[in-house]
Design a protein around this ligand. Structure first.
Ligand SMILES: Cc1cc2nc3c(=O)[nH]c(=O)nc-3n(C[C@H](O)[C@H](O)[C@H](O)COP(=O)(O)OP(=O)(O)OC[C@H]3O[C@@H](n4cnc5c(N)ncnc54)[C@H](O)[C@@H]3O)c2cc1C
Length: 415
């Protein structure tokens, strides 16, 4: 079956690439080994983070590094052996988190985030998916006055970039979220982001739109990708036909470089795993908004299947054994304040944020592999950045001028 482009991977990034290529008149086949949106794009905190104009840096202060060394923090954990193997990329991440480098990277990052909301809203309109929006905005909740006031400064600095917020005192928080127990210093309510009640369902709604518009969706193993005699690409499907196309987009999230490496392209990735668990809501004690408990680094989000608690980062290779102690420890803290009932899921979900040492996603032509493109490495904000990535990649692939400078995100930047 001949197409113009095969997109490998039906997470938020791959589905968005497929839709935007289709909108530019390309005949697109989308292939995944599972149904769309069942991996990282399924299990995240579901926030379309218009406020995240700066990526997630590695804290460089001594206190953080010292407390991190004991491997007891709620927000960051590591598997010692895997962290040792990641020392090179982690060192680059540390250097890129220094103030001047970070300012530069953030300016580049912002050029993508600035379009995240409008590109999602367009797709939501087309896919009739607005019912999946649980609410607008979310809370960054603080326990300490000092941390809260430092964060007020961060919020004020973002106003110039078109990011809006409301400052809340502890009493305001108690009024807005009466089901929270305990005293909090206050919060910042980011007012632009959208909270999605089921992130996987949003990917599936976008995938249905792709199919309604004539796109071909197949189950299959991306590792069967190979060259055709004519210099194009072909890949097997589980349902029979062999797909062929002149161009391929590799959008396999944290698994991307495993495939591209076979064709000679690698890039240093820092896998940051995360877990989630759903809890039954307590009768008469609803949670109105998604809330980040800022000092502990976990999120509680009201979702379709209950209150979803997502953890911070665990530095471990994607296929390393699961160690969901981080979720157990976050749950102990969260239960003191949040209205969490019984656990709903039989076991914690786990996924991997594909993070690059310079904190920027990677998309564009794969160097020295004619006809191969990639889109991956979106780290903490891939759910947010999928649609703008798809738009820019589709422009590049069809010879149009992308409306954002794409050089900073080039796959060739790792040398
Ligand atoms: C706990 C947690 C919370 C997060 N919260 C947020 C948030 O609130 N907002 C936000 O913007 N981002 C968030 N993120 C990050 C976000 O989820 C990811 O950046 C994003 O989902 C990556 O999307 P993707 O399409 O690149 O990858 P994926 O969604 O993982 O998609 C990759 C696809 O490739 C397929 N695949 C892999 N290998 C093969 C193969 N060999 N053959 C065929 N198919 C294959 C998989 O089945 C999968 O469907 C969070 C992440 C985590 C872990």
């Amino acid at each position: 079956m001949k197409h113009d482009v095969i997109v490998l991977g039906a997470g938020m990034v791959g589905v968005s690439c497929a839709l935007h290529l289709q909108a530019r008149g390309e005949a697109v086949a989308l292939l995944d080994r599972r149904a769309p949106g069942l991996e990282t794009s399924f299990g995240n905190a579901g926030i379309i983070q218009r406020e995240a104009i700066a990526p997630y840096a590695l804290p460089r202060d001594f206190g953080f590094l010292l407390s991190g060394a004991t491997n007891q923090r709620i927000d960051v954990r590591y598997h010692a052996g895997d962290a040792a193997r990641l020392l090179g990329p982690l060192w680059a991440y540390y250097r890129n988190s220094a103030p001047e480098a970070y300012r530069h990277i953030s300016r580049e990052y912002e050029t993508l985030i600035a379009h995240s909301l409008e590109t999602h809203q367009q797709l939501m309109n087309d896919a009739d998916a607005h019912h999946l929006v649980a609410g607008q905005g979310y809370l960054m909740l603080y326990r300490s006055e000092r941390e809260l006031h430092d964060f007020f400064h961060v919020a004020d600095e973002r106003v110039e970039a078109g990011v809006h917020h409301i400052k809340l005192t502890g009493a305001d928080v108690a009024r807005e979220e009466p089901s929270l127990q305990g005293a909090f210093a206050g919060a910042v309510r980011w007012t632009d982001p959208l909270a999605i009640r089921s992130p996987g369902d949003l990917v599936q709604a976008y995938a249905r739109l792709f199919q309604q518009r004539g796109g071909a969706l197949h189950l299959g193993e991306a590792t069967t990708l190979r060259r055709t005699d004519e210099g194009g690409w072909q890949v097997d499907t589980a349902d029979g036909p062999v797909l062929q196309a002149q161009q391929v987009v590799v959008a396999l999230g944290p698994w991307t470089t495993q495939l591209t490496a076979r064709f000679g392209y690698t890039a240093p990735m820092i896998p940051k795993r995360g877990y989630h668990m759903h809890y039954a809501p307590l009768p008469g004690r609803p949670l109105n908004s998604t809330i980040i408990d800022a000092e502990y680094g976990y999120v509680v989000a009201p979702m379709k299947n209950g209150l979803r608690l997502t953890t911070g980062a665990e530095l471990a290779l994607p296929d390393a054994p699961r160690t969901p102690t981080q979720i157990d420890d976050a749950e102990k803290i969260a239960r003191q304040n949040f209205p969490l009932g019984d656990r709903v899921d039989p076991e914690p979900w786990m996924g991997t944020r594909p993070c690059m040492p310079d904190m920027k996603p990677v998309f564009g032509a794969v160097p020295d592999v004619p006809g191969m493109w990639c889109a991956f490495g979106h780290g903490h904000q891939g759910f947010t950045l999928g649609p703008i990535t798809g738009e820019l990649l589709a422009a590049m692939m069809t010879g149009a001028k992308p409306r954002v400078e794409v050089g900073p995100f080039s796959p060739g930047r790792f040398g």
